[in-house]
Design a protein around this ligand. Structure first.
Ligand SMILES: Cc1cc2nc3c(=O)[nH]c(=O)nc-3n(C[C@H](O)[C@H](O)[C@H](O)COP(=O)(O)OP(=O)(O)OC[C@H]3O[C@@H](n4cnc5c(N)ncnc54)[C@H](O)[C@@H]3O)c2cc1C
Ligand code: FES
Ligand code: FES
Length: 1750
């Protein structure tokens, strides 16, 4: 019973659709608060509420009847106020709840639960909540175990989880830890709100004067908040998806993601993409109850950074907890009665089938009127029925997940749940977000497939300002039979927040002794902290707040392997640190607690509104807070934690370039801190004083001995400008940041208080003191006028400072940033500040230099234009609409709701061991490792758990360790390692963490390296890291080698009768074919690229009886994996079966390279005869697997005055890495595509592959074409520049016009002899020119550049011709098998294409449905299995749909023919009436056998049953030869065996001396099967001062032919384009090239901290995609290549090449600047055009004073 006047009465419950309703009646204040799903739905006093006739106390039935948009009246009986009637109105539309629900009345704080009814669950429901039987179940395995002494027994690995279902647990039983309940504290003593923003400002507005007062107040706050604890608990209690979980004695370092994904918990909705907070795939929602507002607060967090121990008392929701699993109801079953001998009795249906049909009929009738409206007939039913949900019987699918699926926002789906959860969390607190808010939200989520556009569209449909215009432009996927259309505005996903959690005992006082020496303690107050430490626990103390620093400094959390007494103290619940932000003394000072999260800081400052300007103090804080990390990290990251990262790494480790700390430093903010051992005495110091103190060697350990309590920022009116430049716009740490304060005295001079602070120059915020003094006393105008002098001095000062730290920085990983660039950024930031500070006095042209563009770009938009509606199917065979329609991907909803099981998540058999590789730490060294039983035993003792160690010696006799396309790459290194990251051995252990831990331990301690010997003498003894070095040493792969006698390297490609002598001299002009031409020489270097598939490489290998082996690799290449397994363990091919699941992205990275995961897995499984699973950690994957290889290219191009190119010759060197892998295939592809879209009469390309000690070059989307295109288009670009050098407006020829003049014409022949019979490049380019309004846009760009000195825009349009197919005859084939089930006529298609996210299975389904004239949901497309379809061609080279589709078409055609003939034979034999009576007379219906009969079966089903009875073969298998590609290339030069480069390890094969050319070598390339023609027009804006680029607009015109599924194809176009954008813009792969660094040779960009694929902010502001409307009436009739599959064209790879237009638009912008500043317009721009590269290419900036002042 409620006894206290202060106590509120709470009524809460969950209604049928999972919505949480809560009504709070505060009898004291007579205030009423109602909330719906955590959002207020009404507030007020009793007087403002209408009182109606009395009714009994709210009952369950009342709650059950709740319908949205209706008012309900409850009488709440309050012991104090008597009976009060309240009205509840639920806003919005929504469903009726029909199931019984629980309502709890929480009577104040008496801790008494009164369950009015227990929660009843329908056992048939597919609830995604975890349901675990009562009692103790094994907890997930421990993480990172610490070494124990050999005398110690291996510790128990399985702390227990106890899960109790609420209804069966008595209130007292819920209290698992013996701690004082916070509910027993009276309201006046209640701990302050968990939400710092909600604390009453008045109460918090204590002004502090000096240290003494501060200390007093602090201690008074402390006292207030002190929660006396009686004893400490060793179990963590939290709620997971609504269920209470108790984990006993978990490892202190166990992270939530690993807990969730552990086999014991099995919630795999959250993915582990990076494990360091950099990708967002692991996002979950963490909720806690705000006792102040009496509402739960939800925030999306990275589960990969969150320790399980920190969850005590909190509520965790994974994607599984936010909605149900998509389910088809009613099922379209149609089984006929089956005899006991499995035969089917035609026409006799089972009772269950009849019932199902009845149900379906009713459903259809109910939809009848809708269908009439939409013009559909009931006959049309039978498409994809994914979203049919029976109301009231299944949990609703999370609306966000659903919107994402419906908008084609999920390709491989591995990132999807992260996006869904981020949005779901956000919608709770900000239901009225705008499109801009929503776009900003995803700055911490990475998607590698989609290019983000469809994701952003899906999410923006929930925005408050999503309007009709946006809806009109939204490309809609076909979602058939959707009886429950999604109305985003009316849906807020549910986050289960059990009533019990509102009374949680947070914070429990935990003391958890982990294995070995790690301890977790909770310090909920300062008192508790000092007590813990005085108890002797102060050795190696690591305070934990948000723990986001785990992302950068994981060892500081886990403790190093050697560390002892590692103590983690959770301070996240310490009230002192939660000091809410507030302004004191009206703008005089800004205060906030150190435990304030970035998100809460931002939220507070955003509300300050008018007080904020981006050049005042609060604005600067807000700017830098927003630029820190991504939203999900910011939801957990605290300011105090951030500061400490700087302070702790001043002397050692990787210095931390905090953004916010630079601003706090410049603002002279004071830090209020105390010693950990004396928490009562508070010290106040400015940031700079504290830094200065810690810089002193004697105080360097201070950061480990203090606790930051709060901050105090003096707020002045001085101008301040913050700035930051990073490798990527968002979620990327600073290269350099700055905070520049320019106070002006009354005479208009810069005063002595000037502050110029930089982060990223020194290992702490660094003041450019000399520069400050230089400015003092000057007016801003003077400073600008003399900027050249100031800049020169600053450059010197910065350079000196950088040099001072050079020694310290040598041990820090190289990020590829030069001192020059850092100094330039520092100068640039100062310049920007000076311009901005006097923006009224500088000329208009200079002004934009000072503009803050970051965060202010408009919301992205764009059109997706599929083919015109009237696009007909020229090769139409059947009249149905299964193809050409934008069907939703069949797996989309499973992916977005987290129900797809990837290879990572295959439920493995018991006794499966997990594997992790021991990887090389050095490049090019000899090594030894004592693998063997004794060593295993010794290590098992040392580690505390059992391991196996597998290496090359375990490859059985006759097995092959050397594998890969070149047969030169070992599965396990043997004596020599070539590159850092190469696999040496495989450790097997019970858990993933044990395996990873043991592998690292062995790599660090037991692999002995020595200088390489043998053939590697002299110049070969040192690792080679770059193409330049390789060229100098002639480290070139020989073409004929014992390892790969079969490979072909197309060395030179020369157009017959080419005249090329002009290209070998230094002449600037030449007469070619009688025409005077300018000769232009150009160069480019392009970098490498990581695949960065979100699901890293993985494989499971399971030994079976009879010496068989089954493996599940995450691979695009079943045949290659099969081959590797068979070869590795030396068994017959029919003993190995490969099965492939949905991949979480691949992009070519899971073709050849998957061999090196599945091979070792199979070797290991074969040896120990137990299942083995390998799931690569992100860093291990990046370090080991192949990549896109960079090139260095040089070209000579000859152009005449009319813009006709008469000659082009190029020499290219590609980085092949340590092993050959796909290098020759990639270079062959480059060779065959470098002509691009132009006919050049004299043409030659030559290419060699360099051997470097880096990861091998493997298959990668586009197969080298992007690199080749960048090189060749650079030549064109330079030639056009020379052409127009002195041109006036009359003689100027636009680059697009030059290209138009040189385009291939239909019937012309490529340099390699393929006639372009079906070419329509010109038509595509003309279409592009028109729809992009190229000419007008170009004028706008010129005008913008005229008006802006420091911001330049560039625009570029490129045509792209791309040859399709593998050009290798033996690969141009596909097989398929179709089987029909006799009982219900449903179909199984076994095929060999891998679904990597491109939607292959959906397209194949459409093809089969189209050819068979059946509804889509009668057909199942299987994942590939080599036991069914052996020898499949790899799913690559964009051939998936065309090759496998052709095979599907073939078998379907054959089956169709067979069943047709059978049907007609029935008519002949039994007559028309008999056929009618038996329902097999398909010829009588317009939709033939798709017709549905009275009993609900299709005619097809009847026919099949009869066919089976008559022993008609219901299986068809076929192999198809794909047309095209059969003809050999008539030209091409292959190197002769003599004169081959000699390389250690690569013994050249001695053939006779004739050139080896096709047909001698079966691996030599053939002609392409066809070509795609496309174009892109891109516009960018470049900040000349920093080198930052923004893509303003990209229009992509792609020729898909007649698309089979326009939604999926547009998805491929956008996704490929954005992947290319990453390559040309930000994805810089950096190696450690400083010999004195101990990691010399390692790739430093192995993780999300250093490697930057595109983010949401990289998406062009305007992204338009047009499918070239080949059949549109305004396009002249174009020839169709009969080889095009169903008139469609490939789409997976070619659009990637369109991103080259972004690169050249940047070059165009830079050229505009260079031209204006009289620098040469011919300059080298290398890819990626990173911020540093762009800035470098801009050349001199401040050398000309006339340009810098007004
Ligand atoms: C993916 C990612 C991207 C990021 N990007 C940026 C970026 O662009 N710019 C930027 O500036 N930062 C960035 N960060 C860093 C981020 O701001 C910090 O990790 C975060 O602020 C640390 O806060 P926390 O509460 O998680 O600290 P924790 O991780 O809990 O602790 C960090 C350190 O501070 C100590 N500590 C914590 N609180 C206190 C306290 N009150 N007193 C004394 N010691 C304490 C801990 O012992 C630990 O050493 C990024 C982080 C991630 C994961
Ligand atoms: S896995 Fe957590 S952010 Fe990438
Ligand atoms: S769909 Fe986003 S990573 Fe694949």
């Amino acid at each position: 019973m409620v006894k206290s006047m202060k106590d509120p009465l709470v009524l809460c419950g969950v209604i049928g659709d999972g919505t949480m309703v809560r009504v709070v009646w505060d009898s004291k204040s007579s205030k009423l608060l109602g909330s719906l799903e955590g959002k207020d739905c009404f507030r007020g006093t009793s007087s403002s509420l209408k009182v109606l006739s009395p009714r009994p106390v709210a009952t369950i039935t009342d709650a059950l009847a709740l319908q949205r948009n209706k008012s309900y009246f409850y009488t709440v009986a309050s012991p104090l106020s008597g009976v009060v009637q309240i009205k509840v109105k639920l806003a919005g539309g929504g469903g009726i709840c029909t199931r019984q629900e629980s309502i709890y009345i929480n009577e104040g704080n008496t801790n008494r639960d009164v369950p009015l009814a227990s929660q009843s669950r329908d056992p048939n429901l597919e609830s995604s909540n975890i349901r675990v039987d009562h009692g103790v179940v094994p907890s997930p395995s421990d993480d990172l175990p610490q070494p124990v002494s050999t005398s110690q027994a291996p510790p128990s690995l399985n702390p227990s989880i106890v899960e109790e279902e609420q209804e069966n647990v008595s209130p007292s039983a819920n209290r698992v830890a013996s701690v004082a309940s916070p509910q027993s504290v009276t309201a006046s003593q209640a701990p302050p709100s968990l939400n710092p923003l909600s604390i009453d400002e008045e109460k918090q507005g204590i002004e502090l004067r000096g240290n003494v007062e501060r200390a007093e107040i602090e201690s008074s706050i402390n006292d207030e908040n002190e929660v006396e604890t009686t004893s400490a608990a060793n179990k963590v209690q939290f709620w997971l998806n609504g269920n209470k979980i108790v984990v006993e004695n978990p490892s202190p370092t166990l992270l939530l993601i690993d807990y969730l994904r552990s086999p014991e918990v099995g919630l795999t909705g959250a993915k582990k993409g990076c494990g360091q907070g950099g990708c967002g795939a692991c996002t979950c929602i963490l909720s806690e109850y705000n006792k102040e507002t009496q509402e739960p607060i939800h925030r999306a967090i990275n589960s990969c950074l969150r320790p399980v121990c920190s969850l005590d008392g909190l509520v965790v929701t994974t994607v599984e907890g936010t909605g149900g699993k998509p389910k088809r109801i009613p099922a379209k079953i149609g089984q006929s009665l089956q005899h006991s001998r499995a035969g089917v009795r035609p026409g006799v249906l089972t009772p269950a089938t009849l019932k199902a049909h009845e149900e379906l009929k009713q459903y259809k009738n109910s939809r009848g009127s809708d269908n009439k409206k939409s013009g559909k007939t009931n006959e049309d039913d039978g498409g994809i029925v994914r979203f049919r949900q029976k109301k009231g019987r299944s949990l609703k699918v999370n609306p966000v997940a659903r919107a994402l699926a419906e908008n084609n926002g999920s390709q491989c789906g591995y990132c999807s749940t992260g996006f869904v959860m981020n949005m779901t969390g956000h919608m709770q607190s900000c239901p009225n977000s705008t499109m801009k808010d929503i776009e900003d939200l995803f700055d911490g989520n990475i998607c590698r497939c989609t290019g983000y556009r469809p994701i952003l569209t899906a999410m923006k449909t929930f925005a408050s300002d999503w309007g009709e215009e946006e809806e009109k432009n939204r490309m809609k996927c076909e979602v058939e039979d959707d009886d429950d259309p999604l109305d985003p505005t009316n849906f807020i996903p549910t986050i289960p927040f059990p009533p019990e959690a509102t009374r949680s005992n947070t914070p429990s006082h935990l003391n958890i002794q982990g294995k070995s020496n790690t301890t977790w303690l909770t310090a909920e107050s300062l008192g508790a902290l000092s007590r813990e430490l005085k108890d002797g626990n102060n050795k190696n103390v690591h305070l934990v707040n948000g723990n986001t620093s785990f992302g950068m400094y994981p060892e500081e959390f886990t403790g190093s392997i050697q560390s002892t007494n590692h103590t983690l103290i959770n301070i996240a619940d310490m009230a002192t640190l939660k000091h809410a932000p507030k302004m004191v003394n009206e703008d005089g000072r800004f205060e906030f607690g150190a435990g304030l999260t970035y998100s809460n800081l931002i939220s507070y400052l955003s509300k300050v509104g008018s007080k904020i300007d981006d050049t005042n103090s609060l604005g600067a804080i807000l700017y830098m807070a927003r630029r820190t990390a991504g939203t999900i990290v910011r939801n957990a990251a605290t300011v105090g934690g951030n500061t400490m990262l700087v302070l702790k790494h001043i002397h050692e480790g990787d210095p931390f370039p905090s953004d916010l700390f630079s601003v706090l430093f410049a603002l002279n903010a004071r830090i209020i801190y105390c010693s950990l051992l004396d928490t009562e005495n508070t010290i106040v110091e400015t940031c700079s004083d504290l830094v200065e103190r810690i810089k002193k060697p004697e105080d360097k350990d201070l950061p480990w001995r203090i606790l930051i309590k709060s901050y105090e920022v003096p707020i002045k009116d001085d101008f301040i400008m913050p700035n930051k430049t990073a490798m990527r716009e968002v979620n990327s740490h600073s290269i350099v940041n700055s905070a520049i304060v320019l106070p002006i005295d009354k005479d208009g001079h810069v005063s002595e208080d000037v502050k110029i602070v930089f982060g990223g120059i020194a290992p702490y915020p660094w003041c450019a003191v000399e520069c400050e003094w230089n400015l003092v006393g000057k007016t801003l105008q003077d400073a600008l006028k003399n900027f050249e002098t100031i800049a020169t001095a600053l450059k010197q000062e910065v350079t000196d400072e950088l040099k001072r730290h050079a020694k310290r920085m040598i041990s820090v990983p190289n990020e590829g940033i030069t001192d020059e660039y850092k100094a330039n950024l520092a100068i640039g930031f100062l310049y920007k500040a000076l311009v901005r500070a006097q923006s009224n006095d500088v000329s208009d042209r200079l002004k934009s230099a000072g503009d803050t563009v970051w965060g202010n770009w408009p919301v992205t938009n764009g059109k997706q234009r599929p083919m015109p509606e009237n696009s007909s199917n020229k090769s139409s065979e059947i009249n149905n609409d299964a193809i050409r329609k934008p069907y939703i991907k069949i797996s989309a909803l499973d992916q977005t709701t987290g129900h797809t099981r990837y290879t990572h998540e295959i439920q493995v058999p018991k006794r499966t061991l997990n594997g992790a590789f021991v990887q090389s730490l050095h490049a090019l060294k000899s090594f030894s490792l004592d693998a063997g039983p004794e060593f295993e035993q010794k290590l098992s003792h040392e580690l505390g758990f059992s391991i196996y160690l597998i290496d090359h010696k375990d490859v059985p006799a006759h097995g092959k360790n050397l594998q890969g396309m070149g047969g030169d790459q070992p599965l396990f290194a043997e004596n020599v390692v070539q590159y850092v990251g190469q696999a040496i051995a495989l450790v097997l252990a019970d858990t993933e963490h044990q395996a990873t831990h043991a592998a690292t331990f062995i790599a660090n301690n037991y692999v002995k390296y020595s200088e390489i010997g043998g053939d590697y003498k002299n110049e070969w003894s040192q690792p080679i890291l770059t193409v330049g070095e390789a060229r100098r040493k002639n480290s070139i792969y020989p073409d004929f080698c014992v390892h790969y006698p079969f490979m072909s390297h197309l060395w030179k490609l020369t157009r017959p009768r080419s005249q090329l002598d002009w290209s070998y001299g230094d002449d600037e002009t030449a007469l070619i074919d009688g025409v005077e031409c300018a000769i232009v020489r150009s160069k480019i270097k392009t970098g490498r690229q990581l695949h960065f598939y979100m699901e890293t490489q993985a494989a499971v290998a399971i030994p079976l009886d009879d010496n068989r082996m089954k493996a599940f690799p995450s691979s695009q290449s079943p045949a290659e994996c099969h081959q590797t397994c068979v070869d590795a363990i030396a068994v017959e091919s029919n003993k190995v079966e490969i099965e492939i699941r949905q991949l979480g992205g691949s992009y070519g990275g899971k073709t050849e390279q998957s061999r090196f995961i599945v091979g070792p897995a199979v070797v290991a499984a074969n040896k120990i005869q137990r299942p083995v699973r390998i799931v690569m950690e992100r860093e291990a994957d990046s370090a080991m697997m192949g990549q896109r290889g960079g090139i260095e290219g040089e070209s000579w191009i000859a152009i005449d005055k009319n813009g006709i190119v008469h000659g082009l010759r190029s020499e290219i060197y590609m980085d092949g890495g340590s092993f050959l892998d796909c290098s020759f295939v990639v270079t062959n592809c480059i060779q065959l595509r470098t002509d691009n879209a132009y006919f050049v009469r004299n043409f030659e390309t030559q290419i060699d592959v360099c051997r470097t000690n880096t990861q091998p070059t493997t298959a990668f989307r586009g197969f080298g074409d992007l690199q080749g295109m960048l090189m060749i288009e650079t030549a064109w670009d330079d030639a056009i520049t020379v052409l127009n050098k002195d041109a006036d407006s009359d003689s100027y020829i636009d680059p697009l016009e030059v290209r138009m003049r040189n385009l291939y014409k239909r019937g012309e022949v490529t340099p390699f002899g393929q006639t372009l019979t079906y070419c329509y490049m010109r038509e595509v380019l003309q279409f592009a020119q028109k729809v992009t309004e190229y000419e007008e846009k170009k004028k706008d760009v010129i005008e913008f550049n005229r008006l802006n000195r420091w911001k330049k825009r560039g625009i570029y349009m490129l045509p792209i011709k791309y040859g399709s197919g593998y050009n290798l005859k033996m690969l141009e084939q596909a097989s398929c098998m179709i089987s029909v089930y006799s009982s219900d006529g449903t179909i199984m298609i076994n095929q060999s294409g891998v679904d990597c996210g491109q939607g292959l299975r959906t397209k194949l389904l459409q093809v089969a449905a189209y050819v068979l004239n059946l509804p889509l949901d009668y057909i199942q497309i299987q994942f590939p299995k080599t036991s069914v379809i052996p020898n499949p061609t790899s799913t690559g080279a964009s051939t998936g749909t065309s090759f496998n589709g052709e095979a599907v078409r073939r078998v379907c055609q054959e089956l169709r023919g067979r069943i047709l003939n059978f049907g007609y034979s029935l008519r002949t034999e039994y007559g028309e009436q008999w056929c009618k009576n038996n329902g097999v007379d398909f010829w009588n219906y317009t939709n033939a056998w798709r017709h549905e009969l009275q009993d609900g079966q299709l005619v097809w089903q009847k026919l099949i049953q009869h066919a089976n009875s008559e022993r008609v073969n219901l299986t068809v298998a076929s192999n198809v030869k794909i047309k095209g590609g059969e003809e050999a290339l008539p030209v091409g030069t292959f190197k002769t065996p003599t004169g081959q480069p000699s390389l250690p390890y690569y013994e050249v094969l001695q053939y006779d001396s004739k050139p080896i050319a096709y047909p001698r070598n079966p691996s030599a390339p053939d002609k392409f099967t066809g070509f795609t023609y496309s174009a892109a027009c891109c516009e960018v804006e470049v900040d000349i001062i920093t080198g930052e680029t923004k893509i303003l607009k990209s229009s992509l015109i792609y020729d898909c032919g007649l698309s089979i599924n326009p939604a999926l194809d547009i998805g491929q176009i956008e996704g490929a384009f954005m992947m290319g954008v990453g390559y040309v813009l930000s994805e810089k792969v950096v190696y450690e090239d400083r010999k004195d660094n101990k990691n010399y040779g390692s790739m430093n960009t192995v993780n999300t901290w250093r490697y930057k694929p595109p983010a949401t902010s990289t998406v062009p502001i305007n992204l338009d995609v047009y499918m070239f409307p080949r059949s549109a009436s305004n396009i002249s009739d174009l020839p169709e290549n009969p080889n095009d599959f169903l008139s469609s064209k490939e789409v997976g790879e070619p659009p990637l090449i369109l991103s080259a237009a972004v690169f050249f638009a940047i070059k165009d912008a830079i050229r505009s600047y260079r031209k204006e500043t009289s620098q040469s317009e011919l300059f080298e721009l290398n890819a990626p055009a990173t911020v540093q590269e762009v800035r470098r290419a801009c050349g001199n900036l401040f050398s000309d004073t006339t340009h810098v002042a007004s």
